[in-house]
Ligand binder design. Sequence first.
Ligand code: SF4
Ligand code: SF4
Length: 126
Amino acid sequence: MSSLIRQEGYKYSFNPSACKECAGKCCTGESGFIYIDAKEIEGIVTFLDIDKSIFLNMFTITNGSRVSLKEKIFEDSYDCIFFDREVMGCSIYEARPIQCRTFPFWGYFKNQIDELKEECKGVSCV
Ligand code: SF4
Ligand code: SF4
């Protein structure tokens, strides 16, 4: 039996078992930014066991002063550079950024629940 996740201040819940059938909609589709800070960079570098400068060059872009993971285009989808289409999942799951860990409980979506439900089938208003 799966358990719903709720978070104070949000008028919706999230059912993580929905991810099994979803095939990573939140990691693919429209272009966007997945921001990472210095601590997250260190975590991913350690997880991948590569040099930080190689990681930054190969897997990230900058947007102003912020660092984001790159995207790769698959058909008409902008996939996160770390989305693995063979397994339809995150290849750095244990070290994934906070932005990914906290989805779908983002402040932006507090008042955009219909938009969020279009994006994420695990969300419901209960
Ligand atoms: S969009 Fe929602 S259901 Fe789909 S993988 Fe992401 S969190 Fe899971
Ligand atoms: S880092 Fe992983 S969880 Fe986050 S968007 Fe990329 S593939 Fe998805």
